[in-house]
Design a protein around this ligand. Structure first.
Ligand code: GLY
Ligand code: MN
Ligand code: MN
Length: 434
């Protein structure tokens, strides 16, 4: 994305702020064990506002009554350190790249930040983060209370994340383009995996096939840990162990999406390990698919997630009654929440820089936010029928199915951004046989 996109976002954030100073720190590297780290991934809000990927960097926005001021703190160039951990952009090049008013070394954060906070009443930061930068900030604000030469210092702490998360709810066309790029790679990975999947393959080997395509096609990472759940494993919703051998005659539920340029994709497909659905698998699959298609059709501006949730619960309950999974009247079963046993989760979630984009679902008064053009959400109905559940018809036990797509709300309805990933029984069987 162009630098001016990030600049425009910072300006919009400044518009939303009251007078005061905001601090947004990039993520810290996370320890994997002892002295080794996980691959670094920037903080989503920091990235949204800067497009900068280096750790140990901090953005400060000052909203003044006459003039605003934007400052970036970055790591200085230190050749001895860069030998070990790679090149840094450094203060000078950052000044050229980022259209900010000043760039300082992060080593000067304490000194410069005290100057930036003086005469400010409100300090914005991520109130719920335990990052050391924010602990340091609160300590500075406390110490400033006792400095006689400072007449005003921040005594009001305000949540910056609330503002950035509101901004992130509506995706620009550039952001939608990023998500589409991620989905194009995710599509290749699902299609490739459908072709190479075979009985006696270990789940983690199939996982590697996805990750190989993600990287080969230009996505550095997955957007979340891939779920490869053969047979009854699909009935564990967040199954990520992926250490079982896939069996002929079973389905495999794969929830896998790559992250490209820090934008997520989130796709689930459920397909037969040996390439052909059994009659029972087909009955269940087509029921879930029909529900998913109806829900997607119902998405439009002024619609709402609550309405889709209720619709998905009703349609899945009807489907389960028709297949003999639940017995009784649909309304009574729903009142008793009987359907929740086999469809225990939500219909979807916002998606963007985070796979579960932390954007609001409700407004200040708790009223649900209605869909609007530019929102992106997943639609992922599922049905989970554990092997050990003796209330179930025997033929359906041990099957779990979820079908998930990524949907953009448009002016007049919606666009299924992942529409070209094989999904019908015929499309999947043809892809598996390829
Ligand atoms: N892959 C996580 C989810 O579907 O929400
Ligand atoms: Mn999802
Ligand atoms: Mn998913």
């Amino acid at each position: 994305m162009l630098e001016e996109v990030y600049k425009e976002r910072r300006e919009r954030l400044l518009e939303k702020m009251e007078l005061g100073v905001a601090v947004i720190a990039n993520a810290r590297p996370q320890t994997r064990s002892n002295d080794t780290e996980f691959p670094y991934r920037p903080n989503s809000d920091f990235y949204y506002l800067t497009g900068f990927e280096e750790d140990n960097s901090i953005l400060v926005l000052v909203k003044g009554s006459e003039k605003n001021h934007t400052v970036l703190f970055v790591q200085s160039k230190v050749p001895e350190m860069e030998l070990w951990t790679g090149k840094r952009l450094g203060v000078e090049a950052s000044q050229t790249r980022f259209e900010v008013d000043a760039v300082y070394s992060v080593d000067d954060f304490d000194k410069e930040m005290r100057l930036l906070m003086a005469e400010q009443k409100v300090l914005y930061f991520d109130l719920f983060s335990e990052d050391l930068v924010y602990t340091q900030l609160k300590k500075m604000a406390q110490e400033m209370l006792h400095v006689r030469s400072v007449s005003i210092s921040p005594r009001t702490f305000s949540d910056i994340i609330k503002l950035t998360q509101e901004m992130r709810l509506i995706k620009s066309s550039d952001e939608v383009a990023e998500i589409k790029e991620a989905l194009a790679i995710t599509e290749k990975a699902h299609h490739h995996a459908m072709k190479v999947c075979k009985p006696e393959m270990d789940e983690y080997v199939l996982q590697a096939e996805y990750e190989y395509i993600f990287k080969k096609e230009g996505a550095y990472s997955d957007a979340y840990t891939t779920i490869i759940a053969g047979g009854n494993n699909a009935n564990t919703l967040h199954y990520i162990k992926n250490d079982t051998t896939l069996k002929s005659g079973d389905l495999v539920l794969v929830d896998a999406g790559c992250e490209r340029n820090f934008y997520a994709s989130d796709i689930t497909r459920t397909y037969p390990v040996n390439g052909t659905f059994t009659q029972e698998q087909k009955e269940l699959y087509e029921m879930v698919l029909a529900v998913q298609l109806k829900i997607i059709k119902a998405i439009k501006p002024q619609g709402s997630k609550k309405v889709l949730q209720a619709l998905s619960e009703r349609l899945l309950t009807e489907g389960m009654v028709q297949l003999g999974i639940l017995e009784g009247h649909v309304k009574t079963l729903m009142d008793e929440k009987a359907h929740k046993k086999y469809y225990p989760h939500g219909i979807g979630h916002w998606m963007g820089i985070d796979v579960h984009d932390p954007c609001p679902y409700n407004d200040e008064n708790g009223e649900e936010l209605l869909f609007a053009e530019g929102m992106v959400l997943t639609i992922e109905p599922g049905i989970y029928l554990p092997k050990e559940d003796e209330d179930l018809p025997e033929k359906y036990r041990g099957i779990g199915i979820r079908i998930e797509d990524d949907i953009l709300v448009t002016k007049s309805g919606c666009e299924n951004l992942s529409n070209s990933i094989a999904k019908s029984v015929a499309e999947i069987e043809a892809m598996c046989k390829n």
